[in-house]
Design a protein. Structure first.
Ligand code: PLP
Length: 368
């Protein structure tokens, strides 16, 4: 068997993004045990920094073991009991995934949809809440990675709370790229992933739950369906009791700790501005070069840009050329957009001016 190679790729896809060299270094920190007092210190620091990035004071704020989908499952398996009514907003692949997960938990799911590329209309959520009686939870994706749409949250949150439901938000691609502001936006349950704008490798899913969400979990009549993702048990390990639940992925926690430290050292406002500036520039340059952006104007994410491929261009061949000639990875379309769009990520450590210029230059070159 050959030794692994260092491939020197420029990760400009929908995730994973480039990992900061100091984060890679942190992963090589010699292991300590998951019940070592030093690791407890690192855990506490990680939780504190996660609260700052999420914009919350929530006590229950922890990185779950597993990728973003584990965070998604954590929210649904802990908050939903069979028969609960749930509204899931679907305008892309990750809304569809939430619906699937909610159904697997036995929820009775009502879908609120918008065309892919458009945000969800808060009035449609209001109508669904008025029509469907006692709804337990409304779930929405803040940054829909399959389309590049940014979903405004505040109005949706107000409508959801007026109707006495809990508000759950997927911030996998949002966190560390645009403000999530969990407390200000009245979010009850929020999950993310480490491999997008936090610029750590995939493997942890930060989750935060409001007091109302914690109460809802306490009031369950049935056991949480998943032993591994049962927040009641895991909180006893991440909290003061330090009860062993499962062996924490130590090196990944080291990585997340370092990634958060780097992000907060730069400053949240500076990080958001960097994403905003580079995203805008890429979108302007693409439009000037004649490409059509998929996401509706006013609802475009700076960290993920989807644009239509002109008809007749061979998606797979061109992406292979971009990778082989320039080492640049971008994403293709998912589901109904397969073969029709490219998705370019400027996430975390990948979001810089040089990468915008490199991508635009390489794109022009392979198209000529
Ligand atoms: N939600 C969104 C918005 C995502 O972009 C992704 C991954 O791309 C996920 C959920 C699932 O995360 P993961 O692939 O890390 O399990």
């Amino acid at each position: 068997m050959k030794q692994l190679q260092s491939m020197n790729r420029l990760l400009l896809g929908p995730g994973p993004s480039a990992v900061h060299p100091d984060v890679l270094k942190a992963m090589a920190t010699p292991l300590v045990g998951h019940l070592d007092p030093y690791f407890f210190e690192v855990m506490n620091g990680t939780r504190e920094m996660l609260r700052t990035v999420f914009g919350t004071k929530n006590e229950l704020t922890i990185p779950m073991s597993g990728t973003g989908s584990a965070g998604m499952e954590t929210v649904f398996v802990n908050l939903i009991e069979p028969g609960d009514k749930v509204i899931v907003c679907v305008n892309g692949v990750f809304g569809e995934r939430m619906k699937d997960v909610a159904e697997r938990c036995g929820a009775s799911v009502v879908e609120v949809t918008a065309p892919w590329g458009q945000p969800i209309d808060p009035d449609e959520i209001r109508k669904a809440l008025e029509k469907n009686g006692q709804v337990k939870l409304v779930a929405i994706v803040q940054a829909e990675t399959s389309t590049g749409v940014r979903q405004p949250l505040k109005e949706v949150s107000e409508i959801v709370h007026e109707h006495g439901a809990l508000f759950a938000v997927d911030s996998v691609t949002a966190l560390g790229g645009i403000p999530v502001d969990v407390d200000e936006n009245g979010i009850d349950a929020c999950y993310s992933g480490t491999q997008k704008c936090l610029s750590a490798p995939p493997g942890l899913s930060p989750v935060t739950m409001s007091d109302d969400a914690v109460q809802a979990i306490r009031k369950r009549k049935t056991k949480v369906q998943s032993w591994y993702l049962d927040l009641g048990m895991i909180a006893n390990y991440w909290g003061e009791d330090r009860f062993y639940h499962h062996t924490a992925p130590i090196s990944m926690v080291f990585a997340l700790h370092e990634a958060l430290r780097i992000l907060l050292n730069e400053g949240l406002e500076n990080v958001y501005k960097r994403h905003e500036d580079n995203g805008k520039l890429l979108q302007q340059e693409l439009q000037s070069a004649g490409f059509e952006l998929l996401a509706a104007e006013g609802y475009r994410l700076p960290q993920l840009t989807a644009f239509r491929l002109p008809q007749g261009l061979d998606d797979i061949r061109l992406r292979r050329e971009l990778l082989n000639l320039y080492g640049i990875e971008v994403g293709g379309g998912l589901g109904p957009l397969k073969g029709q769009i490219w998705r370019v990520g400027l996430m975390g450590h990948s979001s810089n001016l040089a990468n915008v210029r490199l991508f635009m230059g390489a794109l022009q070159d392979i198209l000529n």
